[in-house]
Write a new protein. Sequence first.
Lengths: 176, 221
Amino acid sequence: MNTHMVGLGQIFIVIFLSSAFSIGGGNGTSAVIQDRWVSHGLLDSGLFSWSIGLSYLSPGPKCGFLAAVGYYLYGVPGACVALLGIMLPTCIGAAGVSYAFRKIEPVIKFITVPATYVVAGMIAATAWQMAAPLHLNMVKLAAIAVATLLIAWRNWDPVVVILGSAAVGLGWWYWQ
Amino acid sequence: MNKDSSAPSSATPSASSMPADTGLHISTEAARPSASLTELTTTFLVIGATSFGGMWGASQKLEDMLITRKGWLTQQEQQTLMIAATLIPAPKFLAFGGLVGYQLRGWIGSAVTMLALIAPGSAMVLIGAMLLNPQTAGAALGPISDAVEIGVIGVLFGNAYHQWRGVKVKGRRKLIGGAVALGVAGATAAGMSLLVAAALGLVVGALALREPKKTNGEGAR
């Protein structure tokens, strides 16, 4: 662990600025961290991957991995500063978009129905983007189909599906 | 099981004020139930602690909590805020929380909502970072992470289906809507930027799905 090789101010500034590369849902923050800290040997690449892996197993926004990144760089204060660094620009952006949102409300009425379908397409696209790099075999495809059916047809709570998936993964690791 | 999550939007408090000819939810500040900071905090703590798969993966839960149970948003507002969240240079789910908080309680609401949303997951990640390390738990993490990712993909596809099914239009307009959704997903899968695909989908959809002049009772939720 390269504790204190990076100051709290730098943690805040790098993460604050990295949010600018997250527009449209891109994973820009990870790329900036990779470039600024991992590539320069200030953060171990294994710990960085571990941080992201932990966030996949945790609920809520995936940017929670920043807590681990901040922790590895500067302990608990680093984790707090890292979260502050991602929250502040988000807060400013939310206020700005909210202001514009009120101005364009008549337009919103016009696009309500297509927006619903566009959102459906965006959700499916996100699912596809996650699935594409996995090199899916028949077993994985079947697992995705089962999870999809449980959500779409049986209205299962997603938490149950995710926890069930984690249990299957744990069982698979134990069996191997 | 989350049976309520796909409940028709007519169950929402604002639904009774919807124009019958369009079905659009146009809420007013007066019609919207007030949200205290405590309620905002607890609601988003629950969402943050029980949602997987990011903003899109949580769309059903968000609908259940914010529209059906609390009545803080209409379906239209939630969908618009989800799209608006993608325009903010920040993580989408966090941005969505910030937008909802700002709509309901201004700056403080925005900050409180984001903090509540990110706190449970971050605390888990932080505890994981403090107690575990890749050497001790790395072997188990791989299969578990892969399985969770597969589960998240299923949740996303399921939510996409709910989103498509939820629109209260029929016949030709339903088919066109499905084509718009497939077009956005397909264009993104083919390499087009998600934002560009969504913008094109909105333009094409707005033109192709215009409200028929003499309809009665057909429209979006």
